[in-house]
Design a protein. Structure first.
Length: 393
């Protein structure tokens, strides 16, 4: 595919992914808040669990939630499902365009595991499917009947996946796959459990039977899981712009912190919507603050040795020419680029000096470049570039 058209395809899919994911996450936040705002009132229709009066956009809304289902079906039911389906579809589309089409650059790191592109893609697809089936199995066993035990089990599942991904893919590829795995679990919860259960209840009503409340309880359980996973998955999906996250040697620990911090923030917002007393959840913010401090500390760059001989401009340019110019030239030779990424051309010493700090951060400090270390850049070469940058100050 032409690189320019490929970039447009990437942009359009990414735009669509943002739009539909906003819709999906918005409905998740709204319905959780709605559940918590329901109140018992003196006059309610038979079978109603609670009602809520809301105001928005200059209008008043009166919402009722039934314990199981109304006695009769309304003429029109509004389903909230396509936001979830399209979020996953566009997200997988991005995985294809960004990581499958350019697997050698973004997904594979020969220093981690020497894979052919088809092998990396096969592992990617199989792992996403396996992750869902393991999660679903946990929910359907006795483990799923204990909220705390199930939460810990799902947390462990995601961390195990994070560790395994770092043994197979590049740091960038591993981190995005953790997000893709969580997103897959969330989307299939809607497609494979929540919507089918609602359809079963409707079928029972049409057949003149009393709807089985168990289907609704299961659907609510999965919906709650999705709600608590939204904030962590959002950060993991934008992590590709922040190499200090995925280049960390123990990036699974970063994943753990992201999940804990995001879930705690979501819990606080849910309890706030529920109108709980602050004393019941006030501990959350100090815990989040400690988690953030820990994440910042863990991802802080290690001090690299600056000892050694001075590095001349010619020596630095030779390293850059060997490892960087395939992408960072005015006419890149790398098949994934038609112009230098971020418009950073490094073909001359003045250009290298101009972008010296970026070179240091991405190549020396974070070790995110070259992509997938396709050129086999050594630690000695990185240290040499670091000394060259330090000598420019």
């Amino acid at each position: 595919m032409d690189v320019f058209l490929g970039e447009w395809l990437n942009l359009l899919i990414r735009w669509a992914h943002m739009v539909v994911s906003i819709g999906w996450i918005g409905t998740s936040f709204y319905f959780m808040a709605l559940d918590y705002s329901l109140s018992k009132r003196e006059r309610m229709n038979p079978g109603v669990l609670g009602t809520a009066w809301q105001v928005h956009g200059g209008g008043f809304y009166h919402v009722e939630k039934y314990i199981v289902a109304p006695a009769t079906l309304p003429d029109v039911l509004h389903w909230f499902k396509w936001e979830a389906y399209l979020t996953w579809a566009t997200g997988f589309g991005l995985l294809i365009v960004q990581y499958y089409f350019h697997a050698e650059a973004f997904l594979i790191d020969p220093g981690v595991m020497a894979l052919e592109p088809w092998q990396a893609i096969a592992i990617s697809v199989a792992s996403l499917a396996a992750g869902w089936f393991i999660y679903d199995g946990l929910c359907r066993t006795k483990v799923g009947e204990n909220t705390t035990l199930l939460s810990l089990s799902v947390f462990a599942l995601i961390l195990i996946a994070a560790v395994l991904y770092t043994k197979v893919f590049s740091g960038r590829g591993a981190f995005i796959h953790v997000g893709a795995l969580v997103g897959t679990i969330m989307a299939v919860n809607v497609f494979g459990v929540i919507i089918p259960n609602q359809k079963k209840m409707i079928a029972q009503m049409i057949a003149g039977q009393t709807p089985d409340a168990r289907y609704g309880e299961i659907g609510k359980q999965r919906s709650t899981h999705n709600n608590y996973l939204t904030l962590p998955v959002l950060l993991m999906m934008v992590s590709q712009h922040y190499p200090f996250l995925f280049t960390h040697p123990q990036s699974w620990l970063i994943v753990a912190l992201i999940i804990v911090i995001g879930a705690l923030v979501r819990h606080m917002l849910n309890r706030l919507d529920a109108g709980d007393d602050w004393d019941g959840y006030g501990w959350v913010m100090p815990a989040v603050a400690m988690g953030l401090i820990t994440a910042i500390y863990v991802t802080a760059p290690a001090t690299r040795s600056t000892t050694g001989g001075a590095v001349s401009d010619a020596e630095a340019q030779a390293i850059v020419g060997k490892h960087c110019l395939m992408c960072h030239a005015r006419n890149p030779s790398h098949p994934a680029f038609k112009e230098p990424p971020k418009n950073m051309a490094l073909e001359s010493i003045p250009e290298m000096r101009r972008f010296a700090q970026q070179i240091y951060m991405q190549t020396v400090q974070n070790r995110a470049m070259p992509l997938g270390n396709q050129t086999g850049m050594t630690e000695d070469e990185r240290d040499a570039l670091g000394r060259w940058v330090s000598g420019r100050k």
